[in-house]
Design a protein. Sequence first.
Length: 147
Amino acid sequence: MGGGFGPPPAAAQGGQDCMAEFAPLKQEAEKRGAFIKALGQRHGSPAEACKAIAAFGQAELKMIKFFETNARRCGIPPQVAQQASQGHKMTEQMQTKVCAAAQQPQGGPAPSLTEALGASVSVPEATPTKRSGGSTFDTLSGNVLAR
């Protein structure tokens, strides 16, 4: 019987094997999570985000399955699988919202200011003005050049 604060006996036996099996799953989920974060920072399209979140959800499912199948052998507490499952439910909710937004028809170009204001697009017709014989150099007291 071992005393102290060491890992549980099951974890000590298969700890290295468990970590070797779990590490790639964790790295894949982290990589996909980082991709989603970068996608958000560059304001990617909803369709891209939908695909990225779906891929992240698949990586989460692989981790959850690992937790459930190897809990006893690796000494994984049951709370870990429960927390991962709850996190996956949040991922599924986010995926549903984002994919629904991706399915919405994207509007064309934004309306112009005239269309937004409901103003007429036609240009008023130019009417000839009556010339009184003046020129650019006329002042109130007559033509400067004529003096």
